[in-house]
Design a protein around this ligand. Sequence first.
Ligand code: HEC
Ligand code: HEC
Length: 324
Amino acid sequence: MRKVLRIMGLLLAVVVVAAVGFVVFVSARGIPSYDVPKPTGMPLIEATPARLAQGEKLVLSSCADCHLNRQTNRLAGHRLLDTPPEFGGLYSANITQDKEHGIGAWTDAELVTLLRTGVGRDGRFRIVMPSFVHMSDEDVSSLVAFLRSGHEWVRPDPTPSHEQEPSLLAKALVNTVMKPTPLPAGPVVAPAPTEAVAFGRYLVVGRYKCYDCHSKDFKTNNSLEPEQSEGYMGGGNKLLNLQGQEVYSRNLTFDAETGIGDWTEAQFAQAVKYGMTPRGPLAYPMPKYSQMDDEEVHALFVYLQTLPKISNATAEDGGAVAAR
Ligand code: HEC
Ligand code: HEC
């Protein structure tokens, strides 16, 4: 008996030492750095009018909410009010063309690496910044072309990017589960809009990453194989608005009771583009995809119908359904 107790005591001591060691390691290491992956076979990105227009559309829907400073009307970054307070103080970066404080001195390849993997030119992992693993090369090029353009959002702004103030929890996560994503092994090409289902999937996992917010939880999302994310497109991800209040993402599968199975395509278009639903307006952080074209809306609507229906009631379904 005494021997058993001694062994258990020893084991406990080992566990405590390991835990303390982990905490010390994590707080000293902070946000980790990696070797900077280099995209191969990437020609210099040419700024065609089509790319500039596409880049503006994508930045408006997918980057501005985090990077645009509404006072200066520049993508100069700011404190993110909608990240969980237990992660510490998190700030988006200055991505204007300022050479010292923005991305003016970054090469196209460095920008592509950051957008695809989350690793910056200095090797530091950028936390919170979504990585666009499945975005097509053409869309990524459009983003880079826009960042280099004459648009007023990207004109040089000398505001320094704020350093991150991650909590111990955030540091523990970036040293364990949150990792950069790898660069794609080959070219990434978007399906043609006429292939509605394939194109709709591309919009959900690649171009707009709807699945990121609309699956169960960021922590169980699978960025390499999005469909493997828990509750893929079934909603219920606990997000925050700018006042720090909880806003749950909604079920976008075609379950008639708790999803959007009883919606028409016209209703869906209103919701996605203007945030208007049959049950009232949609709140932040649901983006307004006001520049989305009819082909995109149609493809999304068609693709969502092909997904397994998930029964997951969120607040908008009303007390009776939600309580079931
Ligand atoms: C959810 C909020 C969020 C969204 C959406 C977002 N970003 Fe970021 N971005 C961040 C944060 C946070 C950082 C990292 C700041 C840091 O760690 O220094 C960052 C960093 C960057 C950087 C690196 C700049 C630097 O100096 O470190 C670039 C470039 C960038 N973002 C571009 C974009 C583009 C382009 C989009 C849209 C396709 C986008 N971001 C969408 C939050 C976001
Ligand atoms: C940044 C997170 C985020 C992203 C990205 C996002 N959504 Fe949402 N979406 C939300 C939230 C949160 C709500 C609920 C808002 C509310 O409660 O007012 C919502 C609500 C909706 C609704 C209303 C559903 C209902 O039952 O009322 C639709 C439709 C929708 N989103 C479609 C999309 C599509 C399509 C995309 C991609 C093109 C997308 N969303 C991307 C967060 C997001």
